[in-house]
Design a protein around this ligand. Structure first.
Ligand code: UCC
Ligand code: FAD
Length: 579
């Protein structure tokens, strides 16, 4: 065949049809919920314009950098060509651009400038929410940076961390620093109190030398870190458990940007978050900034980074939905577009309802921290913040994995194809329920904050949800309101009965309790949002179609009976026991 024939042949080989890809559009303009929420709470043209322009920038350039971070993961250079130990972590140019952008856009600074008063945190978190899915996981170092700034601020911005604070909260890329949050050791990441082996040896100049092995250290390219260690006394002895832990500040780079006092063992080979370096570190010779009450001090960091985690979770859900929604207008099956298949739309609608619930819960937590930081929070709101922070983190972490997984399926086989960029979303989501406290550990944190407040956090929860319900008096919502109301009553009765149960009962119920608190709360926020901003009340009603209070239904079937732990163990290990 001649040249023309060959062309025809090669064309026939691959066929003439090419599926249009899902298009990323300005995530701010695409997000009616976000816009509605801001219109209600923060009606500021300057702010909308900032988010609008930022949304354009994300589509035009930043999303591409995020992809570049994924395909050019960091690498560790242990030695220089002359054999000297350097432990240099080489990140992609895109990762470095993310750092500059984070400073310029004020992604940490906004929370501390407080130009919008008590709403500054909401503004900051909305911006991070837009940024997160395009950030190539740069939101991870930002979360820890924000957490470190919060810890320093709560301790008092003075020597030796005053300069660090100004850097962490700077908008100047030349001045901006990021921070690590290095807590986890080989013996334990959840049980930090028993797992920490790092010791701090007092030096004659008042500083401390740290000696230990941090097993997971994300954003190892950070400029500083907060970490935990046990101070040794004159006899070289340490105090065991949590009470022996102190928190330390360490600037981890010298003037030339080379790591100081640290040996990087290796970079982790991870399922996801590959854009970001996570290393194993041997710490040495780091100066002390704060001694004593290590866990309690670093808890402020945990609060902030858990909120970031929740924001990233809901952001991932929103992004996969935006893409899935677009794809459904471009892809046909069985003679019509996916958007015209009722079952496909039902699937996306369920994802949408989950995402809305998550968004509203997370924004509530952001609103509360903003009020607390500006001195506006009532006692009730302070209790709510303490309770809802772990609840939001644990619930949205799990929701994100489920929604993003469903989202991948909505692209069919293409959702599984690496260079579409879609699988990375699922891989990156998987970590959201692990780091910053696993689901179980946070469920137990919920129990702990309930008992340490003598139940006041729960009282705050009931008072607040009841008041939200009372405001949702539309007749068209009555069935849904009734179901939330009855879930709340069930929960209250359950908790009263639980007080009489043997120790261990609530531990078994902890996860279901946390889920119930999340679902009921999301139900009430759905109502209010739909009433105030939406023409349709369907989403609130749809939310209430699920079991809002699993802890009650599970208790009814004896799930928390004290006979169950050995039976569960037998089930897991297939031992033969009599039921
Ligand atoms: O994973 C990590 C970084 C990953 C990257 C970050 C990305 C963020 C999102 C980005 C999105 C893309 S860093 C490692 C994170 N590790 C954890 O989260 C540890 C999980 N384990 C726990 O949370 C445990 O519950 C522990 C470690 C807190 C338990 O320790 P203790 O010592 O047994 O705890 P205690 O005795 O209950 O608490 C000691 C003190 C108490 O204060 P005082 O002494 O005044 O009564 C507690 O009230 O700490 C206080 N405390 C808290 N305060 C403990 N937890 C909290 C809390 N959550 N909030 C306030
Ligand atoms: P374990 O504590 O061993 O937990 C194992 C399992 O046991 C979990 O399912 C847990 O839920 C369950 N479990 C534990 N205790 C209980 C209990 N009392 N009741 C019921 N179930 C329980 N850490 C840092 O400090 N800094 C970092 O920068 C950092 N970056 C990370 C980056 C990545 C990509 C990952 C994956 C982890 C990172 N971590 C970091 C570590 C992370 O915080 C810990 O892995 C996490 O807190 C869990 O600790 P662990 O791995 O020791 O698990």
């Amino acid at each position: 065949p001649g040249a023309e024939g060959q062309a025809e042949f090669s064309r026939a080989g691959i066929g003439g049809f090419f599926q249009e890809r899902p298009m990323l559009k300005n995530p701010f303009l695409e997000d009616a919920l976000l816009q509605g929420y801001l219109r209600r709470h923060l009606p500021s043209e300057v702010l909308y314009s900032d988010l609008h322009v930022f949304g354009e920038r994300l589509v035009r350039e930043v999303d591409g950098w995020g992809r570049e971070c994924e395909v050019t993961p960091p690498r560790l250079v242990t030695y220089d060509p002359w054999g000297c130990r350097v432990d240099r972590i080489v990140t992609s140019p895109a990762w470095q651009r993310m750092k500059d952008l984070s400073a310029q856009e004020g992604l940490v600074a906004i929370g501390y400038e407080r130009s919008y008063g008590e709403w500054s945190r909401v503004y900051q978190m909305c911006k991070l929410y837009l940024y997160s899915p395009s950030s190539g996981l740069y939101t991870c170092p930002l979360a820890m940076t924000d957490g470190a700034a919060k810890v320093i601020q709560s301790l008092g911005v003075s020597w030796p961390v005053a300069d660090a604070f100004s850097r962490l909260t700077s908008r100047d890329p030349e001045h901006f620093w990021t921070s690590g949050q290095w807590m986890t050791e080989r013996r334990g990441g959840s049980d930090v109190g028993n797992g920490t082996e790092t010791v701090a040896l007092p030096q004659s100049d008042g500083t401390y030398r740290l000696s230990g092995f941090k097993w997971f250290t994300s954003a190892t390219d950070a400029d500083m870190t907060l970490t935990l260690a046990r101070v040794t006394d004159v006899d070289g002895q340490t105090t065991s458990g949590s009470r022996g832990l102190s928190m330390f500040y360490a600037a981890v780079r010298d003037e030339q940007g080379m790591v100081q006092g640290i040996e990087v063992q290796r970079l982790k080979d991870k399922l996801g978050t590959r854009q970001m370096p996570t290393a194993e570190l041997l710490l040495d010779g780091l100066p002390l900034s704060e001694e004593g009450r290590g866990v309690a001090c670093i808890a402020n960091m945990l609060t902030v980074s858990r909120i970031h985690n929740s924001v990233s979770a809901v952001a991932g859900m929103r992004r996969v939905l935006q893409l899935a929604r677009d794809y459904a207008t471009r892809r046909s099956a069985f003679g019509k577009l996916l958007r015209d298949h009722p079952l496909h739309m039902q699937t996306l609608a369920r994802m949408e309802v989950e995402t809305r619930g998550a968004f509203l819960l997370v924004m509530e937590v952001c609103r509360l921290i903003g009020r607390e930081e500006t001195g506006h929070a009532s006692q009730l709101e302070t209790h709510l913040l303490r309770l809802l922070t772990p609840v939001a983190k644990l619930y949205t972490g799990k929701q994100a994995i489920a929604v993003i997984s469903e989202g991948l399926e909505s692209f069919g086989g293409q959702g599984y194809i690496e260079d579409t960029g879609l699988p990375a979303m699922l891989r990156d989501a998987q970590v959201l329920s692990i780091w910053e406290g696993t689901t179980n550990v946070l469920s137990l944190d919920v129990l702990r904050c309930v008992s340490r407040s003598s139940g006041l956090v729960l009282q705050a929860y009931f008072t607040h949800t009841q008041s939200l319900l009372a405001a949702a008096s539309l007749p068209s919502l009555s069935v849904a309101v009734r179901s939330v109301d009855s879930a709340l009553s069930g929960l209250r009765e359950f908790l009263q009965a639980a007080a009489l149960k043997p120790p261990g009962f609530m531990e078994l119920a902890a996860r279901d309790l946390a889920y119930s608190l999340a679902r009921i709360y999301m139900g009430t926020t759905h109502f209010l949002f739909d009433i105030f901003y939406s023409t349709s009340l369907r989403r609130a009603r749809k939310w209430c179609e699920q079991d809002l209070c699993a802890v009650v239904s599970k208790a009814a079937i004896g799930s928390y009976n004290m006979k169950t732990p050995p039976l569960d163990a037998a089930l897991v290990y297939e031992e033969s026991t009599r039921d």
